[in-house]
Design a protein around this ligand. Structure first.
Ligand SMILES: Cc1ncc(COP(=O)(O)O)c(C=O)c1O
Length: 398
C-alpha cells in the first residue's frame, strides 16, 4: 500500500499504549476464565431506562435526519444550562459545541488552539488519549508530573517552569482519571494565574464533575469560573460518566462564542453533526437529569467501601481517590514495578487492574482500580489483593 501520513502513524508511535494487562485479561475472560475486571472505566450498569425510552420514542417519531452542525438548538440550550451549573459561569447556547463524546471535544480543543510546532503542557497522571491527541495536532508537549506526595495536584511553580515561548495551552483534568484527585481552589488559582500571565488557553477536562463532593468530600471547581478565565478556558465535558451514557457518544466543548463559531467548521468536515435520535435522548437526559444523582451516589458508595478495605493495609497508601470513577493505590512498598505487580496479580488472583505507569511517570508504582464493579465484587477484589500482597514474592536486588 502507499505510505500512510505521518500524522496518523505518529499518534501512537511506540505501539505500546499501557493497556497490555487489560487486553490480555479481556482475552482470557472472553476465553472463559473468571477474571475480575477492574481495568476499564465503563459503567457495569445500563443507561437509565428513561433515557433509553426517550431514544426509542425519538426513533419512532422519525428523528432520523441530519442535525445542525453545532447540535440541535434545544440540545445546545440544555447543555448550556448544565455548563452554567458545572462551571459556575452563566453560559449561552452560542458558547457550546455539541460533539460525539468528550474525546471529540478534546480533539477539537487541541486542534482549535494549536498549530503544528506549537507547544502545550499536559499535567500527568493523565487520561491515556492525551498525548496522542496532541500528536495528531502536530503539537509538541511537555508532561508535567504532579507527584503522588502532592496528592497528584500540580504545583504552579513547576507549571511556570514548563512554559516556553511557543506554549499555547495547558491541559488539566479534575476530577482526575486515573488518580481520582479533585483539584483544590488554590491549585486551580495557581494554574489560572499562569495562564493569564502567559496568555495561554486552559483545556479543562471535567467529564467526572458529578463524581465528587458527596459526604463532605471535596467539591468540583471549574477554572472557567475563576477571574479572567472565561475567555481562555475550554471545558471538555460529556454525558458518558455523569448520565451513564458512554456508548451514546454525546459530549461538548464550552468556550468563547467566537471560538466556538470557528470550530463549527470541524464538525462540518469531520462528523457533519450528531445523530438525530441520540440528540433527542440526550435532551431528555439533560432536561430531566436522568440518573445523575443515583450514578454519583453509586460510585461514592463503592469508593467508600473499597477504600475502607484498603486503608487498613500497612503496605498500601491511598493517593488522590477523592472523586471520579477510580482509586489509586501506592504499592511501592510492595513492589516499585507496578507493571510486574499487575501481571502477577492477574495470573495469581485473576484480578485485572491498570498499572499506574500507563498514565505517566508520576503514577508509576501505583495501581489504578476502576470502581466499575458492584460493591460485593470490589470487596472480593480487596480480599484478593490483601491475600496477594501477604505472599508477594520479594525480589532479590543485585
Ligand atoms: C478524563 C477523561 N476524559 C475524557 C474521556 C472521554 O470520554 P467520552 O469520550 O466518553 O466522553 C474519558 C473517558 O474515559 C476520560 O476518562
Amino acid at each position: 500500500m502507499p505510505s500512510p501520513s505521518s500524522r496518523i502513524s505518529g499518534i501512537s508511535p511506540s505501539g505500546k499504549d499501557g493497556w497490555e494487562v487489560h487486553f490480555a485479561a479481556y482475552k482470557r475472560q472472553a476465553a472463559g476464565e473468571d477474571i475480575l475486571m477492574l481495568s476499564v472505566g465503563d459503567h457495569d450498569f445500563p443507561t437509565p431506562s428513561a433515557t433509553v425510552e426517550a431514544c426509542v420514542k425519538a426513533l419512532r417519531e422519525g428523528h432520523h435526519h441530519y442535525t445542525p452542525l453545532p447540535g440541535l438548538p434545544r440540545l445546545r440550550q440544555a447543555i448550556a444550562r448544565l455548563s452554567t451549573e458545572s462551571t459556575g459561569v452563566e453560559t449561552t447556547a452560542s458558547e457550546i459545541l455539541a460533539m460525539s463524546g468528550g474525546q471529540s471535544a478534546l480533539f477539537a480543543a487541541a486542534h482549535g488552539v494549536l498549530d503544528p510546532g506549537d507547544h502545550a503542557v499536559v499535567v500527568a497522571p493523565y487520561y491515556a488519549t492525551y498525548p496522542g491527541t496532541f500528536r495528531s495536532a502536530g503539537a509538541a508537549f511537555t508532561i508535567l508530573e504532579a507527584s503522588a506526595e502532592d496528592g497528584f495536584e500540580p504545583r504552579a511553580q513547576a507549571l511556570e517552569q514548563a512554559v516556553r515561548p511557543n506554549t499555547r495551552a495547558v491541559l488539566i483534568n479534575t476530577p482526575n482519571n486515573p488518580t481520582g484527585a479533585v483539584y483544590s481552589r488554590e491549585t486551580l488559582e495557581g494554574i489560572a494565574e499562569i495562564c493569564c500571565r502567559h496568555d495561554l488557553w486552559l483545556l479543562s477536562d471535567e467529564v467526572y464533575w458529578t463524581h465528587c463532593g458527596m459526604d463532605g468530600g471535596r467539591k468540583h471547581i471549574s477554572p472557567r469560573g475563576l477571574p479572567g478565565m472565561k475567555e481562555r478556558t475550554l471545558v471538555i465535558n460529556s454525558l458518558s460518566k455523569s448520565h451513564g451514557m458512554t456508548g451514546w457518544r454525546i459530549g461538548w466543548l464550552t468556550g468563547p462564542a467566537d471560538f466556538i463559531r470557528l470550530l463549527i467548521n470541524l464538525n462540518l468536515v469531520s462528523t457533519y453533526g450528531l445523530n438525530d435520535f441520540v440528540s433527542h435522548a440526550a435532551i431528555a437526559a439533560l432536561e430531566n437529569g436522568y440518573g445523575v444523582t443515583e450514578i454519583a451516589a453509586v460510585y461514592n458508595a463503592r469508593r467508600t467501601a473499597f477504600l475502607k478495605e484498603m486503608r487498613g493495609l500497612n503496605e498500601i497508601v491511598v493517593r488522590g481517590s477523592e472523586g471520579g470513577m477510580y482509586v489509586m493505590l501506592d504499592i511501592r512498598a510492595v513492589d516499585p514495578d507496578c507493571e510486574r505487580f499487575a501481571w502477577r496479580l492477574l495470573d495469581t488472583e485473576k484480578v485485572a487492574v491498570m498499572p499506574g505507569a500507563s498514565f505517566g511517570e508520576a503514577a508509576a508504582g501505583h495501581l489504578r482500580i476502576s470502581l466499575c464493579q458492584p460493591e460485593d465484587k470490589l470487596r472480593d477484589a480487596a480480599a484478593r489483593l490483601r491475600r496477594f500482597i501477604a505472599t508477594y514474592p520479594v525480589e532479590k536486588t543485585a
